[in-house]
Design a binder for this molecule. Structure first.
Ligand SMILES: O=C(O)CCC(=O)C(=O)O
Length: 324
């Protein structure tokens, strides 16, 4: 089945290849796989350029946010709202077809993307975590594609997964690389440091080439060490898609949504913040973004800042968060 996209938008290329049955079976069994050679060099090069532009100051969260620039770590979220290369990879690439293959649901929506750049020598770790506690959503049909723009080894901060942990009932605190107090302000326990338990848990990790993609479940525990390579940056982009069972479920201590979305709790994800990408895009959801960049909405930002303050986070409260 192919997607139908109105002629004014880019025609999505077919995937370089579809996932094999054995890869889908391993994803279901283990919670994460490394799929080789899914993204072409032209796309990777466009994304390298775009990512460096965003880091230089054209991003959503700016210099503060989740960055630890003095330690060689850069991150940002929802960059697709501002940058066309990120938009095109999210909406008009082969990723929606691959997401449909993984999720198998009638409709697929683009959830959001996020990048994790660790320059050569960056000591910044990604603490062990599950993704689902970070998000103001409920449901199980979410898949992440972690695309590396550079060669990756365990030394240069390859991501590792606890095999099978996507079947655990336990949920852990959302911990960002800079340990943001707002995201950690939940009752959930912190995840153990699985890197120190290699004899007890089965850790999955892969050396990767640009174009290889990690595909993983929203509950699987994962984390990465700092980048111990002296020469090799580790630039990774995570693009995430949702299926039919994923609904808006706002909670304290979850990722801020800085655009108005019109969703009520319990609504299936959709609309201009989480546009449908399969079986087709919906003109009314993407028309505004196609016209040009959509900066965060002052109203949505204001509501989030108020929530932070009401919960005791700065500037007047006792606690500080990177988000205010
Ligand atoms: O790249 C990393 O170190 C973290 C990636 C991650 O946690 C994710 O994409 O969910």
């Amino acid at each position: 089945m192919s997607r139908s996209i109105p002629a004014k938008y880019p025609t999505p290329p077919s995937p370089l290849r579809y996932l094999e049955k054995k890869e889908l079976a391993a994803l279901a069994e283990d919670g994460a796989i490394c799929a080789r050679a899914l993204i072409n060099e032209e796309t990777l090069e466009r994304m390298r350029e775009a990512t460096e532009v965003v880091i230089r100051g054209d991003g959503v969260l700016g210099d503060g946010g989740i960055n630890l620039a003095d330690q060689g770590f850069h991150g940002d979220i929802f960059v697709w709202k501002l940058n066309d290369a990120f938009r095109d990879l999210a909406l008009f690439s082969s990723l929606p077809a691959l997401a449909h293959q993984v999720l198998g649901t009638e409709r697929v929506n683009f959830f959001y993307e996020q990048f994790f750049i660790k320059r050569a020598g960056s000591p910044v770790k990604t603490p062990w975590h599950q993704d689902i506690p970070f998000w103001p959503v409920a449901g199980s049909q979410i898949v992440s594609f972690w695309i590396t723009l550079d060669p990756v080894t365990r030394e240069s901060s390859g991501l590792e997964f606890v095999r099978g942990s996507h079947r655990w009932d336990e949920r852990f605190k959302a911990v960002t690389p800079n340990y943001d107090p707002y995201m950690m302000d939940s009752e959930l326990p912190p995840a153990p440091d699985f890197a120190t338990q290699r004899d007890e848990v089965d850790l999955l990790g892969w050396d990767m080439e640009p174009g290889d993609v990690l595909i993983f479940d929203p509950v699987v525990c994962h984390g990465s060490a700092g980048n111990a390579s002296n020469t090799q940056d580790r630039r990774a982009l995570a693009f995430r898609y949702s299926g039919d069972d994923v609904v808006f479920a706002p909670r304290h201590a979850t990722m801020p949504l800085l655009w108005e979305h019109g969703l009520e709790p319990g609504d299936r994800l959709g609309g201009s913040l989480f546009p449908q990408v399969w079986p087709q895009v919906i003109e009314s959801e993407i028309a505004r973004r196609w016209e040009g960049p959509e900066p965060p909405s002052p109203k949505a930002v204001g509501e989030f800042l108020k929530h932070l303050q009401d919960s005791g986070f700065g500037p007047k409260g006792d606690k500080r968060s990177i988000f205010n």
